[in-house]
Design a protein around this ligand. Structure first.
Ligand code: DLL
Length: 436
């Protein structure tokens, strides 16, 4: 008989009970960080705050933030709180600029991570009877191993296929009867293209749910992936610094948002400019404190991801707060001639235009003092081979819709199918030549 991984007591705790657990864990954490992590103790001293000052959860706001640069400055292991022989794993994120950031796990951290990932699978209706096709990359990236350990913890069967070898993946999916697809949304589309090329009808496969994350993706993109792969697509959020995938996960209700496993990861939303904590329901930068991690705990880590917290109870029964789909990062916001533009907004417009494929790239350049934005987007085979007039109309429509929705003028270049480079992990949506 198939079983599920449902930590009912913790996941449905009334808020008062949950907050009391969070406070105890927070107080313990702050004492430990003050004692063991010199750079953080120094920050607390500068801010004039002592561990004993944390008496309520709102006192969290007295504590200094931790930034990605703190991790880089203490590269590779300077912020770890346990002796090296207690570590059982390290991961690292590549980081496009400068040194990568390194994260470490004790045996209990790996257990905690597998547990929250198993909860995440449960949110998506995955049971021990499922066959999990894990196309997240294995390696220093946390996606592959995080998804792997969670599935094993649940008792499901994992196919550790990783990214790449795209056509072969389709055969495996068909022959092994994969029921759950784990991948970045952009790689999921890549798999859908391969299916079409091989003339495999997704309805003939056994896929029922896809758990997609590691990069932003719009609601329109969700519809596209669901249609092309014939499955239900749900969102999973996480970041290496906090644990990896499994920080938050969407459930199968249509209430919206991802449940944050907040007995382990305490969220705040702040104004990215001032650092002030914003009232519940407001949009801002997500900040996390890890309440139970051993090797590499973090206090008030600035994720740069933009979201909103929703405290209304969800019809799935979980009382855990939900975070809204991440629509962008404070640092991937493009400022084009003074207008703030997020790639996800461009994606939203593109996915609403007929004949346009979900593969695009935004190229930003500077012409003299003026920023220019060009949107390269693939169109369907039939549209591409149609008369010039239809192509022109499509390109004008995109240009107008972007102007209406975002208030910015851009040029649009429609390109042939398969021109834009496909990703096996996270897609590169923006090429900002101004910074090159
Ligand atoms: O991407 C962990 C992960 C793996 C999450 C697999 C989900 C699935 P990093 O490589 O450290 O970790 O990148 C973290 O990716 O700060 C967000 O900007 C972005 N991100 C992750 N999940 C989502 C999501 C993994 N569901 C960074 N929606 C984060 C939007 C996401 N952005």
């Amino acid at each position: 008989m198939s079983t599920i991984y449902w930590e009912e007591e913790m996941e449905t705790l009334p808020r008062v009970g949950l907050e009391s657990i969070q406070l105890k864990r927070l107080q313990r954490l702050v004492h430990r960080m003050y004692e063991k992590v010199k750079p953080y103790r120094e920050k607390m001293d500068v801010a004039g705050v002592k561990p004993a000052d944390i008496q309520t959860l709102t006192d969290l706001a007295k504590l200094p933030f931790t930034y990605k640069d703190d991790l880089r400055d203490n590269y590779p292991f300077g912020l770890f709180t346990v002796p090296m022989d207690e570590l059982v794993r390290v991961h690292a994120s590549s980081g496009t600029t400068g040194k990568s950031t390194v994260v470490g796990y004790t045996k209990d951290d790996v257990k905690l991570w597998s547990g929250v990932m198993a909860r995440a699978y449960c949110c998506a209706g995955v049971t021990s009877g499922d066959m999990v096709h894990n196309a997240y990359g294995y390696g220093l990236f946390t996606g592959g191993l995080g998804a792997h350990y969670g599935a094993e913890r649940l008792g499901a069967t994992v196919i550790p296929i990783s990214g790449g070898n795209t056509k072969r993946q389709i055969g495996i999916m068909r022959d092994f009867k994969s029921t759950v697809l784990m991948a970045t949304p952009s790689y999921a589309l890549n798999l859908a293209d391969a299916m079409a090329e091989l003339d495999v009808d997704p309805a003939s496969l056994s896929l029922k749910v896809g758990i997609f994350g590691a990069e932003p993706w719009s609601e329109n993109m969700r519809e596209e992936v669901e249609r092309k792969l014939n499955l239900k697509a749900v969102d999973i959020y996480g970041l290496s610094e906090i644990i990896g995938p499994g920080v938050a996960m969407e459930c199968l209700t249509s209430d919206g948002g991802m449940h944050i496993f907040e007995d382990h990861f305490l969220p705040e939303i702040i104004d990215p400019e001032t650092g002030e904590v914003l009232p519940p329901g407001e949009k801002g930068e997500l900040v996390f404190t890890t309440l139970t991690k051993e090797a590499f705990p973090l206090i008030r880590y600035r994720t740069k991801d933009i979201s909103r917290l929703m405290y209304e109870t969800c019809s799935c029964g979980r009382t855990l707060v939900r975070m809204e789909k991440v629509t962008g990062r404070t640092d991937d916001m493009l400022i084009i001639r003074g207008v703030n533009v997020f790639p996800s907004q461009v994606e939203h417009v593109l996915m609403g235009v007929e004949g346009v494929e979900p593969h695009y790239q935004i190229v930003v350049e500077r012409d003299g003092n003026l920023d220019t934005m060009q949107v390269l987007v693939e169109v369907s085979e039939s549209l591409f081979s149609d008369e010039i007039r239809r192509l022109e109309k499509t390109s004008q429509k995109i240009q107008m819709d972007i102007k209406d929705y975002l208030g910015v003028t851009c040029t649009v270049k429609l390109v042939e199918p398969k021109t834009i480079q496909r990703s096996e992990g996270k897609a590169q949506r923006v090429i900002d030549k101004r910074k090159l």
